[in-house]
Design a protein around this ligand. Structure first.
Ligand SMILES: Nc1nc2c(c(=O)[nH]1)N[C@H]1C(S)=C(S)[C@@H](COP(=O)(O)O)O[C@H]1N2
Ligand SMILES: [Mo]
Length: 529
């Protein structure tokens, strides 16, 4: 068997099983697997206790809070709702890379490599316990991750046992690798552990954050019947009421808080005659109002998707503030959510007679968890970042001079009325449509400005033509519109602008979302064949 022998000669000398120092590649892999095992176990531990304390999510949240506003704006604009998965993915990738390096170090200096891994998880644990509103218990998922990670690393790279080690004295602290088949089995086992705990963590989180059924009383002051929208007659137009599950979501959270309505409370404190605390049942026992209100995000660009219409049920904000008796120094309501995130609202605007409320219901049901269950603020006409605090637990009457909220600290303005805006839903930008008669359609909004009185469309830079309007749901709600168009072959530009009930024409002056909301007119190109 000449071939056999020939191959045998080329083979590197194989050291005694059980004492091999692993190759750098294998050691890197061991570090990565150990980190995955830690992340999986930590994620499961967090899912069972406090989801936001998951090591990966905690690091992600800290990154969000430390990210400079322009970068965050870029991420929201470029990645849209994918910004969160991209962030979590990047954090995980970075962590795994560092863990791989820890594995390579462990190859020669096991204690040092283990120390690096512990340090890595330590940073994540520190991120979890220093989140606003976190307590010592939030260190548990990190500690679980540490134990699992170190155990996995030791399994994959056991310490070279001095008795049988082939190395020199200096190698005593080095790792060896389990022999061939055993090491493959061990690696597979660790990978399976990571996958199983990670998946279980995700499942438990999803289970715990499923919708909660709450029985809501009928409103004392209802919104009346909801008109039929244009969506059936104008294909492609945004539905008059945003369908369940399609309402935009913007917040700093990587995991949706899990709040038990039975133990949740809302406290009003600060410059008040008496501090008052409401339970969820206290809110439900008060006279509730129901209003159709279109919410908009300051990060929405002209023509963008961060806007939605819903029917909200809640306690009027003034009814709650009256119970506390607002002092005369306060000029802002500083709302705090369950994790200590803060949103400030100008007191004068929130109490000027508009339908500001602490909402407990959305479209006839309790709030979905991602939209603030069990209660949130809703203030018509103000961008969400200065009004719509979700998972609210406290309203502190204070002054802008004394206190500042999360986004104020990041350079956004404190007084931000929603700007008049309009959007073309159909045809879509750069869409190719057949020649002939079709409908151009979309939505427009002008909350707290008398609603939308008119929408005008400009085709190929011509005159502004009045569009036909959909049903009027109220001044704080958006309005659908459409314009019949005989599309001739070629490329065409379409633009839209709204005119508010109080006579203001949507400005063509462009502004970026930062720091007070975008303005300008949406103009898009379509190809007609
Ligand atoms: N607790 C909390 N509330 C929050 C936010 C947040 O990050 N945390 N984001 C605000 C912003 S910027 C907007 S636009 C609205 C969005 O509400 P939605 O996600 O229900 O659409 O919620 C507001 N309320
Ligand atoms: Mo927002």
């Amino acid at each position: 068997m000449p071939t056999e022998r020939g191959r045998g000669r080329d083979r590197k000398p194989v050291p005694a099983p059980g004492s091999t120092r692993p190759g750098a590649f294998a050691a890197f892999g061991a570090g990565v697997l150990a980190a995955l095992a830690g992340a999986g176990a930590g994620h499961l531990a967090a899912a069972l206790s406090q989801p936001a304390a998951s090591p990966v999510l905690a690091v992600g949240s800290t990154v969000i809070d430390l990210t400079p506003t322009p970068v965050k704006e870029w991420a929201v604009a470029e990645l849209g709702s994918a910004d969160k998965p991209v962030l979590v993915g990047s954090v995980l990738a970075g962590t795994l890379l560092l863990a791989g390096v820890a594995g390579v170090v462990a190859r020669r200096h096991l204690a040092l490599g283990t120390g690096l891994l512990v340090g890595l998880v330590g940073v994540a644990t520190a991120a979890a316990v220093t989140r606003p509103g976190a307590g010592p218990a939030d260190s548990v998922p990190g500690l679980v991750a540490m134990v699992a990670g170190v155990a996995a690393l030791r399994l994959l790279l056991p310490p070279a046992d001095t008795g049988t080690a082939t190395g020199t004295e200096g190698d005593r602290s080095a790792a060896r690798v389990a022999p061939g088949r055993r090491s493959v089995l061990l690696a597979a086992g660790v990978a399976a552990f990571a996958a199983a705990t990670g998946a279980a963590g995700r499942w438990v989180t999803a289970y715990r954050s499923r919708g909660v059924d709450v029985a809501l009383p009928a409103p004392a002051d209802g919104a009346g019947s909801f008109p039929r929208g244009l969506e059936e007659r104008v294909p492609g137009v945004t539905p008059l009421r945003t369908p369940e599950g399609e309402f935009y979501r913007v917040d700093t959270r990587l995991s949706v808080p899990v709040i038990d309505p039975d133990s949740w409370t809302l406290t009003i404190d600060g410059d008040v005659e008496r501090e008052v605390t409401f339970t969820f049942d206290d809110l439900l026992a008060m006279p509730l109002v129901e209003r159709d209100i279109t919410l908009a995000c300051v990060s929405n660009s002209v023509g963008g998707e961060y806007v939605g219409g819903a029917r909200w049920l809640g306690v009027p904000l003034v009814a709650l503030l009256e119970r506390a008796g607002v002092g005369d120094r306060a000029d802002q309501i500083l709302s705090t959510d369950v994790d200590g995130m803060t949103i400030s609202t100008p007191l004068d605007l929130a109490t000027d007679g508009r339908d500001a409320m602490i909402a407990v219901g959305m479209n006839g049901e309790g709030l979905p968890r991602e939209h603030g269950f069990p209660a949130r603020m809703v203030v018509p006409g103000l961008y969400g970042f200065i009004s719509a605090c979700k998972w609210i637990t406290r309203m502190t009457l204070t002054t802008y001079a004394d206190d500042s909220a999360y986004w104020t600290d990041r350079g956004w303005v404190t007084d931000a009325p929603i700007k008049i805006s309009s959007r073309i839903d159909t045809p879509r930008a750069l869409e190719t449509v057949p020649a002939g008669r079709r409908l151009i359609g979309g939505v427009a909004w002008a909350q707290q400005r008398g609603g939308v009185a008119a929408v005008e469309v400009r085709i190929d830079g011509g005159a502004w033509q009045p569009a036909r309007l959909g049903p009027d749901v109220g001044n704080d709600y958006w309005r659908q519109w459409y314009l019949p168009w005989t599309a001739e072959p070629g490329r065409h530009s379409l633009a839209v602008r709204a005119v508010s009930g109080d006579g203001e024409v949507q400005t063509a002056v462009r502004a970026e979302p930062f720091p007070a909301g975008a303005s300008g007119i949406q103009e898009l190109l379509v190809d007609v064949e």
